[in-house]
Design a protein around this ligand. Structure first.
Ligand code: ADP
Ligand code: ASP
Ligand code: MG
Length: 856
């Protein structure tokens, strides 16, 4: 009798550590007792992203930092797995080949889709080599097969290259060299997800996240008993569990329902993976590698059919195109002409709404992106037909379920907030499986939360609804994964401080530690100015000044405060924006160095500037940051002078005998990406020849800190490495202006609990201060960890909205937070609030400004 197959697929996080590989070996061994095992693996987590970034960096000139990162990532895993030189040799060969390819890209400054596919394939090629070594070491008899031999993509002559190589489709037909044949007699096969080949033998990719589809294709081709997708969550949830911990596990679904969920934003499955398994009737299970015995989602043909909301999901970055034309009215065949335009250029349309004079669509797949030739050509054709508006990155929020239109009467007030902001498009799927709403990107998370609370919150019961993510992860998530934060050891002192009401506490020891780390890690930085707007407590200013920092000020009042607190010797940098022109005179008088951000003030107050040396803040275009409101460069931001217009400033300066001795750029806040500053440095270095008096270059601040679980801390060493690669800075002093980086983690906000109340199935925990103290959540949607300090260590059991006492709906410090049982009088601790916390406080509602104290 032939032994049946089972297909196991492990995603990026599931192959990232030796412990995960041990779990894989256990599962493979268990399955191998009854089945033959076809193992499909992804690239190690973050590797595919890094390869994409390396390509972009190579096009821009140099990808060596990323190549070093990729080498280190694979070597570290090989070390952890105890692999020897022979096991590693193929991975090293791949990395050498990668480095060569990327150097080629750097020389030509371009990367075709075909080359991109080749570069991206390195992740899976490497992880399967490491996996082969790991499984053999675990005593398993494993054969490695190259998936490109077996999965042959189909494309027509008109298929654009971006689709052909990067979003390829593989039909479920047995390839000439079928997988069963390729396996030979092996009991266990390991192969790559994500990669296939074109008819002429080039590497093609199945689209980002496409390893699930590889697994499903193999399961269908092998007629497997089942396909198991192992990932970092237990299955498909009623919404992204990382967004809402109250999301419930969907324990069973039908193929079409799962496909709809995946297509509309449940990223845990690649949408195209459901087709092959549905066709071959192979059941598909989604399971958590970190909790192999835990519950899961099982997807198969049969299932429940009563009307139900299954999930509220969302997708970001969806382009919306509207065409307005009066001539459309009554014209037969007009719509087909419009859709013909998209079809001609290979662009697929997703949601559609029409009226007598307008057509609005969202785009599903644009080969080459909105900047690419296909979209630009389509745009030109559409413009010939009417007035076109493009919103490049909207969000689509979808309610997915069976007979979903039955929920319409229950939507109640969920859309009240959209009265002013607008829903751009509403669509109901013809199969009655989803209702979708296109909204602005920023509005989506809140809409998801509201709809989810409304339709799936408050203990809804149904046979397919399993435990919530918070229930499933409580024991391990209760204590933050990172090293115990400073405030745990000082809990008693903090609780007694909070006995007198809300209070900000800043631990100066943490501030000093961050300041020292920065000095040590970035030796090439010649001068550091603390951006005192982040936290201007006198003790904080003195602590950083004692460590050799200067102060960066953005108002005359800050300059005065800096001088009064730290004396005349401390270097000050004055970098205001649209400030009254008299403040410049005050700053000069106080001995600060002054940075202009345009020529206007020179015309306005020539006497203030004549004969002076100043810096110039430039806008390098294309800013970064954790939120649009803290992105400080690029079109439509108010900061800096456009980089391609320096002549106007140079002319104005020359007329007043003003010397521009420094160039400054600051692209945003909360940046965790280590090459941000080297990019700025490269841009500014490129302008050096225009500024003969140049003495310094200031790369701004923006150094981010980890705010949410799952974020990867800024790697200061990588910042240093990237800076070392920048040419043209010799003889110039390099400067930075950290704010948040120095003070955020050292600060907490302590808030006594006022009331705890259930309303409409939602638990609200009230705090004695809210947006009046900490504005960031309301202003930026910033996320701060919130803990019950009084009950630290108790098991988290409730999911709550943490709100303040201010008369504003937006007075919410944290949505959907997991806390232990909480009662009035308990003290909540809001983490990471040392930066832009106390300084942004207000007396709104005539509540006093919350006091700030320092420790150590
Ligand atoms: P892998 O690397 O294992 O393929 P992915 O990152 O592609 O994993 O998918 C898993 C992630 O999908 C989860 O960590 C989760 O945050 C996200 N996700 C988004 N929506 C959902 C949902 N509705 N149910 C489950 N997970 C979801
Ligand atoms: N490694 C690929 C990606 O990150 C494919 C996958 O993991 O599914 O997109
Ligand atoms: Mg995935």
């Amino acid at each position: 009798m032939t032994v049946p197959w089972v297909v196991l697929k492990y995603g990026g996080t599931s192959v990232a550590t030796p412990e995960r590989w041990a779990a894989i070996a256990d599962r493979v061994a268990a399955c191998a007792t009854t089945h033959r095992v076809w193992l499909v693996v992804s690239a190690v987590s973050q590797v595919s992203n890094r390869l994409e970034r390396a390509l972009d960096e190579a096009v821009a000139g140099d990808a060596s930092t990323s190549v070093a990162w990729l080498t280190e990532r694979h070597e570290a895993l090989a070390d952890g797995l105890g692999l020897d030189a022979a096991d590693r040799a193929p991975v090293r060969a791949l990395l050498d080949e990668l480095a060569t390819l990327l150097r080629g890209v750097a020389l030509t400054a371009e990367a075709s889709p075909r080359l991109r596919a080749r570069v991206l394939s390195f992740g899976e090629l490497a992880s399967t080599w490491l996996g082969l070594g790991a499984l053999r070491r675990a005593g398993l008899d494993v054969t490695r097969v190259d998936a490109r031999r077996l999965l042959r993509a189909e494309a027509g002559p008109a298929t654009p290259d971006a689709t052909r190589y990067l979003e390829a489709r593989v039909p479920t037909r047995t390839a000439p060299d079928g997988p069963a044949a390729a396996a030979g007699a092996a009991r266990v096969v390991i192969t790559q997800g994500f990669i296939a080949s074109t008819a002429d033998g080039h590497t093609a990719l199945l689209g980002r996240g496409g390893s699930d589809t590889s697994a499903a294709l193999f399961a269908a081709l092998l007629g497997a008993d089942r396909c198991e997708i192992w990932t970092d969550v237990h299955g498909l949830f009623t919404t992204d569990p990382r967004l809402l911990p109250s999301a419930r596990l969907l324990t069973r679904l039908r193929y079409r329902e799962a496909e709809e969920l995946a297509a509309l934003g449940a990223k845990v499955l690649h949408p195209r993976c459901l087709g092959p398994v549905a066709q071959a009737r192979v059941p598909l299970e989604v399971r958590n590698t970190a909790d192999p015995q835990g519950p899961s989602t099982r997807i198969e043909a049969d299932g429940d059919d009563e009307p139900a909301v299954l999930a509220v999901v969302h997708r970001q970055g969806v382009p919306l195109v509207s065409l307005h034309t009066l001539s459309m009215w009554g014209q037969p065949g007009y719509l087909s002409r419009l859709f013909g335009v998209f079809a001609t250029h290979g662009i697929s349309v997703d949601l559609v709404a029409t009226s007598q004079a307008a057509l609005t669509v969202t785009l599903d797949h644009v080969p080459g992106g909105l900047g690419g030739p296909a979209f630009q050509a389509a745009l030109a054709d559409l413009e010939a037909l009417g007035t076109v508006t493009v919103r490049p990155a909207c969000a689509v929020v979808s309610m997915v379920g069976r007979h979903i239109r039955t929920v319409l009467p229950r939507l109640g007030g969920s859309f009240a907030a959209f009265e002013e902001r607008g829903v751009h498009l509403v669509s109901a799927s013809s199969e009655d499986l989803n209702l979708s709403f296109v909204v602005d990107a920023d509005d989506a998370p809140r809409l998801v939360r509201d709809l989810h609370a409304h339709l799936l919150g408050g203990g809804v019961q149904a046979p397919w609804l399993g435990p919530s993510w918070s229930e499933l992860t409580t024991p391990t998530e209760a204590v933050p994964a990172r090293p115990s934060p400073w405030w745990v050891a000082r809990r008693d002192a903090l609780l007694s401080l909070a006995a007198d009401g809300p209070v900000w506490v800043q631990d100066l020891a943490v501030v000093r530690e961050r300041a020292r780390a920065l000095v040590t890690a970035l030796p090439q930085i010649g001068a550091r100015f603390y951006a005192m707007k982040a936290n201007d407590h006198p003790d904080v200013l003195r602590a950083v000044v004692d460590l050799g920092f200067g102060l960066e000020c953005v108002s005359a009042a800050e300059v005065a405060h800096a001088r009064a607190t730290c004396g005349d010797a401390v270097p000050l940098l004055f970098t205001p924006n649209f400030c009254p022109v008299e403040e410049y005179a005050a700053a000069f008088a106080a001995g600060a160095e002054v940075v202009l951000d345009g020529p206007d003030v020179l015309h306005q107050a020539p006497a203030t500037f004549r004969g002076r040396a100043v810096g110039l803040r430039l806008d390098p275009g294309g800013g970064q940051g954790h939120h649009a409101k803290v992105t400080t460069a690029g079109a439509r931001t108010k900061f800096g002078h456009p980089i391609d217009d320096v002549d106007r400033v140079l002319d104005a300066a020359r007329a007043l005998d003003v010397r521009i001795v420094g160039l400054h750029a600051h692209v945003g806040s909360g940046i965790l990406e280590p090459t941000a500053w080297s990019r700025t440095a490269r841009t500014l270095a490129g302008l050096r020849a225009r500024f003969p008096d140049l003495r310094w270059v200031d790369l701004g601040g923006g150094l981010g800190v980890v705010e949410r679980p799952g974020q990867v801390a800024l790697d200061l060493d990588a910042v240093a490495v990237a800076l070392r690669g920048v040419e043209g800075l010799d003889g110039l002093e390099l400067r930075i202006e950290p704010g948040r980086y120095l003070v955020s983690e050292g600060g907490v906000l302590l808030l006594p609990v006022t009331q705890v109340r259930d309303k409409g199935g939602v638990t609200f925990v009230g705090a004695a201060a809210g947006m009046d103290a900490l504005l960031r959540p309301a202003l930026y949607g910033a996320w701060h960890g919130i803990h019950n300090l009084s009950r630290w260590g108790e098991p988290p059991t409730i999911v709550a909205e943490v709100v303040g006492p201010i008369c504003e709906t937006g007075d919410v410090l944290g949505h959907d937070r997991v806390l232990p049982i909480t009662a009035p009088g308990d003290v909540l601790l809001v983490e990471n609030t040392g930066a832009y916390g106390h300084v942004m406080g207000s007396h709104y509602n005539r509540r006093g400004v919350v006091r700030q104290v320092t420790l150590g």
